[in-house]
Design a protein. Structure first.
Length: 425
């Protein structure tokens, strides 16, 4: 075995498929969000970030930074141990109380990331339940898929948001068998929302447990920022709510919230929770400050929704192929991995606009896109600049515009629906 060559070929494969990932080296600037310094070799330039998951700019909120600095100043940098062996710091305990309250649940448990929370909680719950069948939405995030796999339980994948398909799988399993439905509220690549109430109804009818990933909704939806389940008054209909502290809350970490016995079982049985160092007190304190602020302040949520809608309207009116989205996410279709990467490079190098290309396997082949995430800090002026830069890029690279904005078709059959309007699909 030529090990060196093996790994080189694995990388070459990604280059050949035009999906080798290149990371932008960024330095965010406090007080000037969404501006950042981008370093390319020896060159350093100021650019505008249009693809951050710091959806509300809370990572730079003065209260959040102050809480982090204060806790680090008083308690130091690290937690000093696992949760079991000296790492359970007071700010982390407070954070768990804050999260349980946010979702109106008996208890919450914090993990070192949202990825780990999904992997650890789904695998542990499904492993503890005897002969559990997992019903998993086909577009679930990689971390949920990992949890399903690690559980060792049987799984059935239901078509995305397809209630009839889900019901047929539930009915086939019968009411006696243990069942866990795992799904998301906001799907982050398309920006669509799942039918939570109807899924909860089905779970009730067939006696299944429910597990929802609200990672792209917490902080941003609901009167207290508890996510779509908060907005729709459905938190008590879902057994386990999972979220992240790293997106709208602007810090780091993941969590689950639910009934005390379920949370305690995950705490007691999940290796991904037990055998790793606890979140540092400064991060926990910052997360709590962020959650508390967003429990009371609607300003950031309103401004984000307003600027996201404005971005969709302005880009659509310019003829850019904005994909339909019910949420704050603004996906713009490119439909080809190489063009997607080229568009992203051109935006950064010529226009100082950073939007990471989203290619397979994150999204299906042929639906490669630029995923734009406007925040309260992306002003009308910045949106105008984005539109001009995208138009220049689309024209320069020959990327298809939205069908209705094409030159007047000679006959109606030349109108191509957006879904099949893919360059090199
Ligand atoms: C980002 C993401 C996660 C992981 O959260 P992290 O805190 O970044 O590890 C989980 N689920 C979904 C749907 C995500 O997009």
């Amino acid at each position: 075995m030529d090990y060196q060559r093996f790994f080189e070929e694995a990388i070459d494969q990604l280059h050949a498929e035009k999906r080798y990932r290149v990371f932008a080296n960024l330095e965010r600037i406090v007080g000037r969000f969404p501006r950042a310094i981008w370093r390319d070799g020896s060159e350093a330039r100021e650019i505008t970030v249009w693809c951050s998951n710091d959806y509300l700019g809370m990572g730079q909120h003065p209260d959040v930074i102050a809480a982090m600095q204060d806790a680090a100043g008083r308690m130091g940098s690290g937690a000093g141990g696992t949760r079991n062996i000296s790492g359970t710091n007071h700010p982390l305990v407070e954070l768990e109380h804050e999260l349980a309250d946010l979702h109106g649940k008996e208890a919450a448990l914090v993990f070192t990331s949202g990825f780990i929370s999904n992997e650890a909680a789904i695998s542990t719950v499904a492993r503890l339940l005897p002969d559990c069948l997992i019903l998993s939405d086909e577009l679930n995030h990689a971390s949920m898929i990992e949890g399903v796999r690690r559980s060792g339980a049987e799984k059935k994948i239901f078509r995305h948001n397809d209630l009839a398909h889900l019901e047929s799988l539930l009915a086939a399993a019968g009411p006696e068998r243990a069942k866990l439905i795992v799904f998301e509220s906001v799907y982050s690549m398309d920006g669509d929302v799942s039918p939570i109430e109807k899924i909860a109804d089905l779970a009730g009818k067939y006696n299944a447990m429910t597990y929802i990933d609200e990672v792209h909704a917490v902080g941003m939806y609901g009167p207290r920022g508890g996510g779509i389940t908060d907005r729709e008054g459905l938190a008590d209909r879902i057994d386990i709510i999972e979220g992240t502290l790293a997106k709208a809350f602007g810090t780091l970490g993941g969590y689950i919230a639910g009934r005390r016995a379920v949370v305690d079982a995950v705490r007691s049985y999940a290796p991904g929770f037990i055998f790793t160092t606890a979140l540092p007190p400064a991060i926990a304190a910052a997360a709590t400050a962020s959650i508390r602020h967003l429990k009371h302040s609607q300003t950031e949520r309103d401004a984000q929704q307003r600027q996201a809608k404005r971005a969709k309207d302005v880009l659509s009116a310019a003829g850019l192929p904005v994909m339909p989205s019910e949420t704050h996410i603004v996906p713009v279709l490119v439909g080809d991995p190489e063009l997607c990467k080229k568009a992203s490079d051109r935006l950064l190098e010529i226009h100082g606009i950073y939007i990471q290309p989203i290619n397979y396997p994150t999204v299906p082949r042929g639906t490669e896109r630029l995923r734009i995430t406007p925040t309260p800090f992306h002003s009308d002026e910045l949106i105008g600049g984005l539109k001009d830069a995208l138009l220049e890029t689309w024209q320069a690279l020959g990327i298809p515009f939205a069908p209705e904005k094409r030159e007047a078709p000679a006959s109606s059959e030349r109108i191509v629906p957006l879904a099949v309007n893919k360059a090199g699909g």
